[in-house]
Design a binder for this molecule. Structure first.
Ligand code: NAP
Ligand code: ZN
Length: 350
């Protein structure tokens, strides 16, 4: 009923990632078996390996930006065939019948969605193991079609960084002419800039790294705002229609709240941990809002992929060998990623 495959994972919160063997279930009637070609490296992988959010289950095999080829399908699968190029993001299952699932918002499944890694594994017991591995078996409802017009390796990050930025931009109806700020030029941020630009917004990259200014403009930002420069920050006060905040740790909120216009919203996607206390007056004075957003549903993810196929939007990546993953993690931690690492999974095979 199971196959042993190769993977890379961490034995505990302090351990480096190392080669290991893991089990995959055999392809069931509703399943798609995928040979993984590429897997993106999300900052969430690092948070989980290092137990930043508590509750990590070891070994952690991270990876939720998966692109690969279908090698087998179950008898109930009609949408996919052997040889298809497909993707898997942050979810591999959900209840499929609660109000959120019915609305195509499986990420908010009221009975708890199954994450691609570190969730309860309903099939094999134990916990789910992600895409830093040679293959994966996934329920057909959680498999995405990858447009054949875009580069598969640069498409992998769309499965998390892409949808996590696309979903709030669409939900808050970012449109032509809006002044949109994207905070943090990393994996999520660089996709946020590309999407906000493609939606016709006036995009301002808000960064702590002045040396990323040129890249930010090349990615589609119209202006760059250095958040450590208080004079510059003051000039942009009360001027943003929408801000997407990808900062990966708790941080001071007041300087960013001050940037919002009356009635405007800042959406947090990065800091899944306590924030520094902020002043209520900053919100009350301008009827401003702070909101949060988690990845995106399957339907919306397919829409985003199709949009990317049509407009030729992919991630800017550095392709790495599996064996260099621990160095890549160190570079993500010091904000030195340009702008997503993607693992070439061929380097894990014999
Ligand atoms: P990343 O590649 O490390 O990018 C984060 C960027 O934030 C950095 O490059 C840096 O950009 C900026 N930054 C880092 N530390 C900062 C600090 N202390 N203060 C201000 N800015 C800081 O990370 P990522 O993969 O984009 O992920 C970002 C966060 O989103 C992570 O916490 C991840 O776990 C989370 N996430 C959430 C979801 C969701 O569904 N909500 C999905 C995926 C990921 P500059 O150099 O430009 O300042
Ligand atoms: Zn992610």
């Amino acid at each position: 009923m199971k196959t042993i495959i190769k993977a890379y994972g961490a034995a505990d919160a302090k351990a480096d990632l190392k080669p290991m063997s893991i089990e995959r279930r055999n392809c069931g009637d509703d399943d798609v078996k995928i040979d993984i070609m590429y897997c993106g490296v999300c900052h969430s992988d690092i948070h989980t390996v290092r137990n930043d959010w508590k509750g990590s289950k070891y070994p952690v095999v991270p990876g939720h930006e998966i692109v690969g080829k279908v090698v087998e399908v179950g008898k109930n699968v009609t949408k996919f065939r052997q040889g298809d190029l497909v993707g898997v993001g942050c979810m591999v299952d959900s209840c499929q019948h609660c109000a959120s699932c019915e609305e195509g918002l499986e990420q908010y499944c009221e009975n708890g969605m199954t994450g691609t890694y570190n969730s309860k594994d309903k099939h094999l017991g134990g916990h789910t193991l992600g895409g830093y591995s040679t293959s994966i078996v996934v329920n057909k409802e959680f498999v995405l079609s990858i447009p054949d017009t875009i580069d598969p390796k640069a498409t992998a990050p769309l499965l998390c960084a892409g949808i996590t930025t696309w979903s709030p931009l669409r939900h808050w109806n970012v449109k032509k002419g809006d002044k949109v700020g994207v905070i943090g030029l990393g994996g999520l941020g660089h996709m946020g800039v590309k999407f906000a630009n493609a939606l016709g917004a006036h995009v301002v990259m808000i960064t702590t790294s002045p040396d990323k200014s040129k890249d930010a403009k090349a990615l589609g930002a119209h202006e760059v705002l250095i958040s450590k420069n208080m004079d510059e920050m003051r000039k942009h006060k009360n001027s943003f229609d929408f801000i997407l905040n990808t900062i990966p740790v708790g941080h001071e909120m007041d300087p960013y709240i001050a940037l919002l216009k009356r009635d405007a919203t800042m959406v947090l996607v990065g800091a899944i941990e306590p924030l520094k206390p902020f002043h209520g007056g900053g919100l009350i004075g301008g009827r401003k809002r702070i909101a949060g957003s988690l990845i995106g549903g399957i339907k919306e993810t397919q829409e985003m992929l199709d949009f990317c196929g049509k407009h030729n939007i992919v991630s800017d990546i550095e392709l790495i060998d599996m064996s260099t993953i621990n160095d890549a993690y160190e570079r993500v931690i010091i904000s030195d990623v340009k702008y997503r690492f993607v693992i070439d999974m061929a380097t894990l095979k014999d």
